[in-house]
Design a protein around this ligand. Structure first.
Ligand SMILES: Nc1ncnc2c1ncn2[C@@H]1O[C@H](COP(=O)(O)OP(=O)(O)O)[C@@H](O)[C@H]1O
Ligand SMILES: [Mg+2]
Length: 360
């Protein structure tokens, strides 16, 4: 073919078939990611629609596609639009999905105080920063910390019979903390009441259209947590642990609990992994080290990242200013963006499995 002739659509598609999604292990043409292909003389334009705006290899994928198409004889210019349509997760057997909410992801830990809410909030903000529509359901009815950590005060309104969320940093939130009078008054409720509150938070709250709804579960692996994971239509769970043996033991219990109710483990986050000296840069592993990664490999689940022990994280939490939003250049924010990309990738992989995409 002379290089002056306009390229044919089939040649472009053949070239794009060489571009593979590294997470789904399939080429982007077979995955149906290539849309709106137009050839105007030597100018080729198309859209690549990924399964998440938080795709870890978005830039690389664009570059690979550009190079592949530019190598086709007759192509002078390539114009690529990158977009994303988040895939919908399975609600789990016998569970009714939430209309408009594509993926309910639990953030769980066996033990309290390991930084579950801190991780939930920063993960939510990091996902929202990629352009995803994100919400947080604070299911920690007895210790609802999310409003404080997200810097949200006030009472939700109801429109008709739908309770409206309150938002900050681009994240929609619902929490028992919005509904109680005094935050120093612990709630003493028994299981069934707790369940009906969670059910209302899921079914009667106007979540709108969400790609990811993160559910900050109460700590522990007892009956309450078990039945919550059974009733909430979760597509997956992220486990938070510190590197300490006691916390890891509880993290293992949490993994078993989710597996028992067939909720996919999207991975483990190790929080308070190390302290980096702000003066000399030396890392100290205050709560031991490497336990999160070791546990992940032992259970065959992804390791999602290490969050440092960082005074700015604690201060940000107390002040309602998540570091990911307020200090985006900090190490902690960078770490959370990495975790967000990993979580989004794992959601996409799990959802691809569910619609029968064969992943080698
Ligand atoms: N990586 C971290 N560095 C510094 N402080 C942290 C970190 N993670 C959590 N914290 C602090 O530890 C306390 C407990 O964290 P929290 O997220 O409320 O835990 P959980 O929800 O598991 O009970 C909070 O005061 C929080 O600000
Ligand atoms: Mg908490």
């Amino acid at each position: 073919m002379s290089s002056d002739a306009a390229p044919r659509e089939q040649d472009i598609l053949d070239a794009l078939k060489k571009v593979e999604d590294p997470d789904l292990h399939k080429d982007i043409v077979s995955l149906n990611f290539v849309k709106d292909l137009k050839i105007d003389g030597g100018v080729v334009s198309f859209t690549i629609e990924l399964t998440t705006p938080a795709c870890p290899v978005k830039k690389e994928m664009e570059q690979w596609a550009r190079e592949a198409v530019l190598a086709v004889p007759g192509v002078r210019d390539v114009r690529i639009t990158m977009s994303a349509a988040v895939t919908r997760g399975a609600a789990g057997e016998g569970k009714q999905s939430v209309p408009g909410v594509k993926n309910l992801v639990a953030v769980g830990s066996g033990k309290g105080g390991v930084g579950k809410s801190t991780v939930t909030v920063n993960l939510a903000v990091a996902l929202a920063q990629t352009g995803a529509a994100v919400g947080v359901l604070d299911a920690d009815i007895y210790g609802p910390n999310v409003p404080l950590m997200m810097g949200i005060e006030g009472r939700p309104r109801a429109i008709g019979d739908r309770i409206q969320t309150l938002s900050n940093y681009g994240v929609r939130v619902m929490s028992m903390g919005f509904l109680t009078d005094r935050d120093d008054q612990p709630l003493i409720w028994r299981g069934p009441m707790l369940h009906s509150v969670i059910q209302q938070f899921i079914r009667q709250v106007d979540w709108g259209e969400l790609d990811y709804l993160l559910v900050d579960l109460p700590p522990g692996t007892g009956d309450v947590q078990l039945s919550l994971t059974q009733t909430v239509p979760l597509m997956g769970a992220v486990i938070v642990s510190t590197p300490q043996d006691v916390a890891l033991q509880d993290a293992r219990k949490a993994i078993s609990m989710f597996r028992q109710v067939r909720v996919e483990i999207l991975g483990i986050v190790e929080n308070m992994s190390y302290f980096q000296c702000p003066k000399c840069g030396e890392r100290t592993h205050i709560f031991s080290h490497g336990g999160g990664a070791a546990t992940a490999s032992r259970y065959g689940v992804p390791f999602l990242g290490e969050v440092p022990l960082d005074v700015a994280l604690r201060e940000g939490g107390d002040a309602g200013k998540p570091v990911t939003a307020l200090a985006p250049d900090s190490t902690a924010a960078e770490v959370f963006r990495g975790i967000a990309r990993q979580v989004a990738a794992q959601v996409s992989i799990a959802n691809a499995h569910n619609v029968g995409v064969v992943i080698e």
